[in-house]
Ligand binder design. Sequence first.
Ligand code: ADP
Ligand code: MG
Length: 396
Amino acid sequence: MGFRTLDDVDVKSRRVLLRVDLNVPIIDGKVTDTTRIKRVASTIEELSWKGAKVILLAHFGRPKGKVSVEHSLKKIIGTMKRVLGCSVYFARDCIGDEAQGAVAAMKDGDVLLFENTRFYAGEEQNDLEFARALAVNGDIYVNDAFSAAHRAHASTEGLARLLPAYVGRLMQAELEALKKGLGDPVRPVVAIIGGAKVSTKIEVLNNLIGKVDALVIGGGMANTFLAADGLNVGKSLCEHDLADAARAIMAKARSEKCTIILPIDAIVAYHFRANVPHQHYGIDAIPADGMILDVGGQSIECINGAIDGAATVVWNGPLGAFELYPFDQGTVQVAKRAAERTREGRLVSIAGGGDTVAALNCAGLAEDFTYLSTAGGAFLEWMEGKPLPGVQILEK
Ligand code: ADP
Ligand code: MG
């Protein structure tokens, strides 16, 4: 499937409604992380430089369809101006007279931010009347918010039905990277899935089995698989009620010729805390009162061997309790190998997920991956193989 991009449209003097993700973290009124603003900067700059009237649409937090000072986008205007290095005008509403007046005053190249789209219930309901009210202010719609594309809302899906619709540069990069990951990957493909629980990732596991050549399972969720295989995991995090689900996934893998790689050794502690005493055990000798908090050295060797044999790696979920030193080591050692192979040009590496991004940032390896998705929920739904409504509607 192809997408219409900014290469396919003349935006000069046109009003462009650009959906972006400005859901930045704010503590005590201050934006604490500008990553999301920086990432959409190039699309905004390109449109402005090409002479478009750039009108930014975004949500902020969960105001649940009501106007709320706490959720006003006004408080990020200062940061926006600083990061973008240009004037950013603000309209205290995203529809109606206030919005129309602000748009009428725009000159070519101007950048205007509309107030939170979620101040209207019609946004999340994908209400046609609300989408029409948004659409009157634009000639063209551009979506650059992949992270919101798993939701069919008025500003992420509805607008694409009403105006000529295009993919922004950030979303374009994300879609191209994901295509390299699972859409049309160079084989062999190895997926690495970690994290706390199987229950949050059953659909991810099931989808991957049909698509990848090998599936590495680590983190807390590996314990559920080990226990389902009859091993004793002591006091480790384990969802015993999901033993059948785990066995079904392993059976499906066998029939689809997808190799499952589970830990063969582990780092065990007795408290879920950083810097506590810990020991190394083979996976068939976990002490009854111990907790598996990370994969062991032999498992790391085995996973790194799989990475060496792979052309593509798709990764979600840390392999251990990475927030607690030294139980980050499995994740770090494997990330290092993937980063190294990527730098050497031998591997396409795609990673995503809130904690996965945090772990790779902590390890200082985020830049070395082919693509690190910060899209959170949308990335996971993509891993589940679900169509994303905000993407689907943009397909040619
Ligand atoms: P992501 O946000 O990248 O999708 P998850 O939220 O699924 O990842 O998983 C991250 C969490 O999994 C972390 O909080 C980490 O501490 C936890 N975790 C990983 N391995 C273990 C383990 N062996 N025991 C307990 N928690 C674990
Ligand atoms: Mg998480």
